[in-house]
Design a protein around this ligand. Structure first.
Ligand SMILES: [Zn+2]
Length: 239
């Protein structure tokens, strides 16, 4: 992704290997893959920050003292958190996904960045809306300045859902993003997250949906397709 010269944003792919270190089986290869990927992209892994994602709406403001948390050990990651914010140069905020939606945020005026993990639970908890509000409160960002990319994740043609998701969508007025087709129900995670941005002051022209479905594309891990613990990463750092 190419926003401006002050920011680096990335999505890793299958070719970079599994980036998760949560499961003991994947830990060794996950750390090695992180080291290789970060070195290739000239990003300092030891100033990366990862969180222990729980499908919550908890947002954490990353400070200098957090640099390196979760980088090579799951246990030191920010606990019970699904969105990270910072304005400190050189710290990389990282989110791990395989079908869930990674969203990267950048305010080029206040030089603040965010990374959000929004599966369907986080989407229904309006984590993206809450992160935008937190960015404005924390850093004085104006919504009109914020740019966003909604990254590779399971698309509306593949994300078949059941009653639990439909009911949750109704509760937060997102039922217009439920799609009924051939007797099945699908949910549009991309547009429902874009809506949370636009409805809260982000300009439509500043929101990009990658449009890549992780379930269809062999370039990205998909939990529904692969049924394993492999994850790819989305990250952002201010230079
Ligand atoms: Zn698909």
């Amino acid at each position: 992704m190419d926003w401006d010269e002050h920011v680096v944003a990335y999505f890793s792919t299958v070719k970079d290997g599994n980036i998760s270190i949560k499961e003991s089986l994947s830990k060794a290869s996950g750390v090695g893959n992180r080291q290789t990927f970060f070195a290739l992209n000239k990003i300092d892994l030891m100033r990366g920050v990862f969180c222990q994602q729980t499908h919550s709406d908890n947002i954490y403001v990353v400070e200098e003292s957090d640099a390196g948390r979760g980088s090579v050990s799951f246990e030191t990651g920010i606990p019970d958190t699904d969105a990270l914010l910072t304005n400190i140069p050189g710290i990389t905020l990282n989110i791990l996904v395989a079908d869930c939606v990674p969203i990267l945020l950048y305010d080029p005026v206040k030089k603040a960045v965010g990374a959000v993990h929004a599966g369907w639970r986080g989407t229904m908890k309006l984590i993206l809306k809450k992160t935008i509000i937190k960015m404005t409160a924390q850093y004085g960002c104006e919504q009109k300045d914020i740019v966003a990319e909604i990254g590779p994740s399971i698309g509306p043609d593949c994300f078949e859902v059941g009653e639990e998701v439909i009911l949750a969508a109704k509760e937060v007025d997102l039922e217009s993003f439920v799609i009924h087709r051939n007797g099945k129900a699908y949910f549009d995670l991309w547009e429902s997250n874009k809506y949370q941005l636009i409805a809260n002051g982000v300009k439509e022209e500043n929101v990009k949906i990658s449009g890549i479905c992780s379930h269809c594309s062999s370039d990205y891990f998909s939990f529904r397709r692969d049924k394993n613990a492999n994850r790819f990463a989305a990250g952002i750092t201010i230079k």
